[in-house]
Design a protein around this ligand. Sequence first.
Ligand SMILES: [Mg+2]
Length: 218
Amino acid sequence: MTRPLLMLDHDGVVVDSVEIFTTSFVEACRRVGLSRVATTDDVLALFAGNFYESLRELGADDAQIGAAMSRTAGALRLAMPALRPFPLMPEVLAELAEARHLVIVSSNAGDVVELFLRRHGITGVAEVAGAEAGRGKVAKVEALIARFPGQAVYWFVGDTAGDMSEARRAGATPLGVAWGWHGRELLEAAGAERIADTPADLLAIVAPELTADFLGTG
Ligand SMILES: [Mg+2]
């Protein structure tokens, strides 16, 4: 029997990467001549919509975007030992993996995501759809939903306003996590159906049948 699909973003949902990502990306933008991305807030604002479209709106061309992303992916690989999962997320993912087909849909490089998961012994993720699988999340989410027809709900778990709006456009139901890059207010304003304040909340929303087991009360 096929497990139902559950889609998650990586940065800000699974991995606590905001500081390393924004610092690396600001430096990468400086090196490729994208002067309009100069602060952490500038980087966070790019995630109000689709990250790549936001960069193009600031005047970045494809070559600059590609160069900035590959520099950032390089910096993230080097910084890997300093990156940590959010507390309880590995346990929640392991629990979910028994009952759901987990796919991480990320703007980050797929190999960076996979390296992180391996390093932290996070084994429940069935697939990673990273930047190499497409720059927009809408097309990737649509393609995944098409492979899992007939579900009553297709949760997309994200931490930015852009995640919420891209998930809606793709026909998924956006669930925002309050521990990520944008926080509850921005996520609600962007159309989040539900907000999880903790990983245990996340489990209770997307797989209520597993919660008693996870909390040891079943
Ligand atoms: Mg994110």
